[in-house]
Ligand binder design. Structure first.
Ligand code: HEC
Length: 115
């Protein structure tokens, strides 16, 4: 026979709140790359309407671990996947990384400038 009474609602609530608080504190303690670096909020858009950012993003982000990669020909899809993989590495190792939009811009830059 189960003689223990079920958790009262308020007790369960307290435990849940406590666990949530502990988890939140843990998140705050764990150091990590802070997403919102105080970059200029809007990307610089040149007079031609094309952003200048992608070339700079490519140069700064993609040279953090190896030399700037040669842009040998790959399909756009291959580059897209590769940039996503590299961006994952950047996040995992706490380096400067790319937002989703920036990753797309860099991918487009690469595809347009590859040999
Ligand atoms: C956090 C470190 C890091 C950064 C930053 C980085 N890479 Fe890499 N890259 C690697 C590692 C590690 C490898 C080899 C392992 C692999 O291919 O997964 C690699 C391999 C490559 C290769 C060869 C892979 C192949 O399949 O031929 C290319 C091309 C490349 N990187 C392009 C880039 C581009 C473009 C960027 C910027 C968007 C970039 N990398 C940024 C770590 C990085």
């Amino acid at each position: 026979m189960n003689s223990r009474p079920p958790l009262s609602n308020s007790r369960a609530l307290l435990i849940t709140a406590g666990a949530a608080a502990a988890f939140f504190i843990l998140l705050m303690i764990i150091p990590g790359p802070h997403k919102n670096r105080t970059n200029s909020p809007s990307p610089a858009v040149g007079p031609t309407g094309s952003t200048e950012a992608p070339a700079g993003l490519f140069a700064t982000r993609c040279s953090q671990c190896h030399g700037l990669p040669a842009l040998t020909h790959r399909s756009p899809e291959d580059w897209r996947i590769l940039v996503l993989k590299m961006n994952r590495y950047m996040k995992q190792t706490g380096r400067l990384s790319l937002t989703d939009a920036q990753a797309q811009e860099v991918t487009r830059y690469i595809v347009e400038n590859q040999k």
